[in-house]
Design a protein around this ligand. Sequence first.
Ligand code: FEO
Length: 395
Amino acid sequence: MKPRKLKEHVYWVGAVDWDRRLFDELIPLPDGTSYNAYLVKGSEKTALIDTVDPTMANALIDNLNQLDVKNIDLVIANHAEQDHSGTLPQILKLHPNARVVATPKCKNLLMDLLLIPENKIITVEDGETLSLGDKTLEFIYAPWVHWPETMLTYLREDRILFTCDLFGSHLATSDFYVTDEATVYEAAKRYYAEIMMPFRTVIQKNLEKVKDLQIDVIAPSHGPLYDKPEFILEAYRDWVYAPPKNIVVLPYVSMHGSTEEMVKHFVGALVERGITVKQFNLAKTDIGKLAIALVDAATIVIGSPTVLVGPHPNVVYAVYLANALRPKLKFASIIGSYGWGSRMVERITEMLSNLKVELLDPVVVKGFPKEEDFRALDRLADEILDKHKEHNLTD
Ligand code: FEO
């Protein structure tokens, strides 16, 4: 992808990675991603805002060459993670007079992760500005989106907020700005769920910090840019502040059909009571879809057979993830089966320690479920409905 003009003397110079399917060797990327870097040419100085993943260094360097950039004075490092900072060493080699601009915490990480010499890095305070001549960069600390060192950069004259990971989406697209809102909403929600949700309360403070800025464009470092910033700001406000919804998320595994039969009955019972259900067979699901569902759900019910006395390993993985992502869940329960003995409920419960949930009585059956087991599932569905009503989540 060639450089793209954002405003007068402001360009996108990043890379679109259409083929990447896994991030951090953990997170599925069904739609690829992009690493957005931006060039701002002031009347006196030129700044590069973030770089790209080292696997795509050539794309950034080609783009700078196409714009005939002879000299970079400043490289703004909003975030030290390597998908944005990993090409810094090459840029500093090509532009030996350039200085990296970062928060003090980011400076230390860049020295540790990329071995950038200390004398190459200038630190800035929260709210500090740097002049490029006719353009001014303002730095806004935004810690924990999603590392401790992160900041945003605001280009005052053009009213562009460069947010790095915040508001990003893993989406490879030829669209410069958001055109297909439904597609971007899903990708941005997946990104929020997997990356930002554990820091929800800190992100609330960061949203407060930018709420009075005049913003024409939000330019994140993954996915398309937002020329209608309210679209993503409104989405974030919903994900971060709004109470959970009348939704049960039901991740489960079944080995011989007993848990499956319970899940089928239980889902029917919840739906009859007007509760939305998001069911995920963990032997098949994209774990990102589960993360998205957790953003809004009030209740999680985990379905597991018993394997070597404990939960199925796929369930362990999903529960670990749900606990780490710290969604807004209010209630949790467990359903499942065993053959001769089980400590599955205790093991799963221990793993939910980060979640401030009320545990509703589990339904665990010996062997294949019988009539009284189905009635117990109905009672659990009744209890979930009552709890959702008590918390005004059913309106
Ligand atoms: Fe896109 Fe935290 O890096």
